[in-house]
Design a protein around this ligand. Sequence first.
Ligand code: B12
Ligand code: SF4
Ligand code: SF4
Length: 318
Amino acid sequence: MKDNKARYAAIIKKEAKDLGFLSCGIARAGFLAEEAPKLEQWLAQGRHGKMQYMENHFDKRLDPTLLVPGAKSVVSLLLNYHTQEKQRVPLAPKISSYAFGQDYHQVTKEKLKSLLRRLRDSIGEIEGRVFVDSAPVMDKAWAAKAGLGWVGKNTNLISKKTGSFFFIAEMIIDLELAYDLPVADHCGSCTACIDACPTDALTAPYQIDGSKCISYATIELKESIPETFKDKMEGWAFGCDICQTVCPWNRFASPHQEPAFQPKEELLALTAKEWEELTEETFQRVFQKSAVKRTKYLGLQRNIRFLNPLSSGGSTDD
Ligand code: B12
Ligand code: SF4
Ligand code: SF4
């Protein structure tokens, strides 16, 4: 039995690697006792802003055995989106690199489904579900428990070998497996992310006020962007990569090998003027299948209009 747990874990990790996941780690499914008071406090302080979905399913979010009956193991998987590609026009509104290519939800879900199929073929009957941002699961906490990295002062999961430019997904299954151990925190005395955050969303080490984050204002918020963000956007029109770009551990990140995440040439080449005059037709073409579609055309237009040209360093570039 003990041997099977280790053997099955090894099969899962091999298949995950084969399918292009960056890494895979496994933790025993159960109640997240350490995270529970932190999540409760975060919600009580209103740090989720208008992300009402974060208030839902509090108990299930903290315990995957309530979400997937019979769950024994949480298999965490990382999918790299790190790229050397950059938007080529310096003053153009910025899109977070995670949204350069096709929407990660679809890309990752396909890989997760293939993984589960392969495991059913090689191991046998497995009951469970796969998730990528599709259910109340605390992705970072599970990946940290499974030894894939530590949750850093910028509140992202970071690994010494691969940095933090990756998505986290899970497979929650009824199979007992050999479990991995958490790794140590390597933030040390560094505070680069806190110092660099233009909106002071990182209120203290390891703590984020989500409602102050540019990512929230440009992606999650459905109404007007509050005036408190004025002059602080640093040119970001969809998401924000600042607290990851400054993180020294991202010096060790390798570019992804996922063709679906390859940015469209047209996106990289759009000038500030073209962004400002973005039509719905161009939006649909450039962001076809992209995660940017989440804001819809009017949302992205709102973000572009909100950007103070002076805050991104000048007016137009062409
Ligand atoms: C809500 C949410 C947001 C919110 C809030 C951010 C946040 N950190 O929670 C907003 C909209 C701001 C956001 C932004 C981004 N997000 Co987001 N987001 C989520 C979501 C849906 C839930 C996260 C959550 O549960 N937050 C609740 C609070 C309680 O958790 P927390 O702040 O992480 O708190 C933990 C630690 O900080 C720690 N802690 C808290 N207090 C203290 C105190 C001490 C002393 C210590 C030691 C620890 C500690 O314990 C807490 C519980 O584990 C997850 C997907 C998922 N289902 O998990 C993606 C997720 C976290 N986001 C992701 C990404 C990529 C981003 C962005 C980089 C996107 C972008 N480029 O714009 C930014 C990064 C901003 C940032 N610095 O975190 C990835 C992160 C991947 C990674 N490497 O970690 C995730 C996992 C999505 C995914 N499936 O890949 N996001
Ligand atoms: S993503 Fe940007 S705004 Fe949000 S915490 Fe990081 S640096 Fe601050
Ligand atoms: S920038 Fe420094 S403090 Fe922030 S997450 Fe990275 S190592 Fe930790």
